[in-house]
Write a protein that binds this ligand. Structure first.
Ligand SMILES: [Zn+2]
Ligand SMILES: [Zn+2]
Length: 344
């Protein structure tokens, strides 16, 4: 089968590789239909690592996908051959302290699709995954929507973790796919007082189209001053979805005392610095978000019910052969890129 592998910094190739086969009674073999290009894939592509996770070449990348069930192991009952499935890229062990206490997303033995040293990525014709990672959606959504469930779950989980009450003011740094997923989940929850802070005008426009009511370009305007014009008392909750130090620093300035900073973005380096004087005086709460936990079904429901039009973030479509072009475009923010999809 065909598979796309990273071969160096900003280098990738399509290779011929063995088709994975079912080896366990709970395995599902999936013929991939659609794969999303994620910001984390771009970190591996452009930097060869995320924090301590370093790529060994050749490396098969990709984790956001949907596909058609091709074959199932004898114990599989939740999906059948021919089903369109959403694939949850995280394979937890089910046995460790984290799994047992309801935290499979921080499983000690977690294996994630397209994560160095864990599972081969899904930029390929086929993958084999355990049944519990497969969610059937035939007749409910199309393959593109199904592949967008994974990034959407991150937004859903981040908002759920923040435990937001109604009638509050919210800020989001970064109008990429994760920032927009947060925005869409907030709107679905009827939280509408939302400020989007993003330096790229075309992304601000997209946030406006989806429903953000205040827009700030931090390269043109003073974030704190602009927020105070709208919300004199400042914001209750701020989501950081850009991975930028400057966004974190600004977030602390625009949160009101007792406010909450939710860190979702992946910084290129492992460290942030915080203004502790301000954080302490305001008694801010910092919430860290690790991927998602038990949010796949909710994300599917939000799309099926029409509360979220997840395809609004898609700006480009490519074939598997054009994967390198897709990565180049997304990394450089070329041509108004937000979300690029690979279609098989
Ligand atoms: Zn992703
Ligand atoms: Zn575990």
């Amino acid at each position: 089968m065909r598979r796309v592998v990273l071969t160096g910094i900003r280098e990738m190739e399509m290779v011929n590789s063995l088709t994975p086969e079912i080896t366990d009674a709970n395995d599902v073999k999936i013929k991939l239909t659609t794969i999303g290009v994620c910001g984390s894939d771009i970190h591996y592509y452009a930097e060869g690592k995320i924090g301590s996770q370093v790529v060994q070449y050749p490396y098969p990348v990709g984790h956001e996908c949907s596909g058609i069930v091709e074959e199932v192991g004898e114990n599989v009952s939740n999906v059948k051959v021919g089903d369109l499935v959403v694939v949850d890229p995280a394979v937890h062990c089910g046995k460790c302290d984290q799994c047992v206490s309801g935290r499979p997303h921080t499983c000690r033995n977690n294996k994630f699709l397209g994560c160095p040293g864990q599972l081969d990525g899904c930029l390929a014709d086929y993958i084999v995954m355990p049944d519990f990672t497969c969610f059937p959606v035939s007749g409910k959504m199309n393959p593109t929507q199904a592949a967008l469930i994974e990034p959407l779950t991150i937004g859903v989980y981040a908002v759920n973790l923040a435990q937001i009450q109604n009638n509050i003011s919210v800020g989001i740094f970064g109008a990429g796919p994760i920032g927009l997923s947060i925005l869409m989940k907030l709107l679905a929850d009827n939280i509408t007082n939302i400020t989007m802070i993003e330096p790229r005008e075309y992304r601000l426009e997209k946030a406006k189209e989806i429903g953000a009511n205040y827009l700030i370009n931090p390269e043109k305007e003073n974030v704190e001053t602009k927020v105070m014009e709208q919300e004199e008392l400042l914001l209750d909750v701020v989501f950081e979805a850009s991975g930028e130090q400057e966004a974190v620093s600004n977030a602390i300035k625009i949160l009101k005392p007792g406010g909450k900073l939710v860190l979702v973005g992946i910084p290129p380096e492992a460290q942030y610095t915080f203004n502790m004087d301000l954080m302490r005086r305001k008694e801010l709460t910092v919430v860290n978000v690790r991927r998602q936990n038990y949010c796949v079904e909710e994300a599917i429901e939000l799309v099926v019910s029409g509360k979220i039009d997840v395809e609004k973030m898609v700006t480009h479509n490519f074939t598997l052969e054009e994967t390198a072009k897709a990565f180049e475009l997304v990394e450089a923010y070329k041509d108004g890129a937000i979300k690029a999809m690979i279609n098989l």
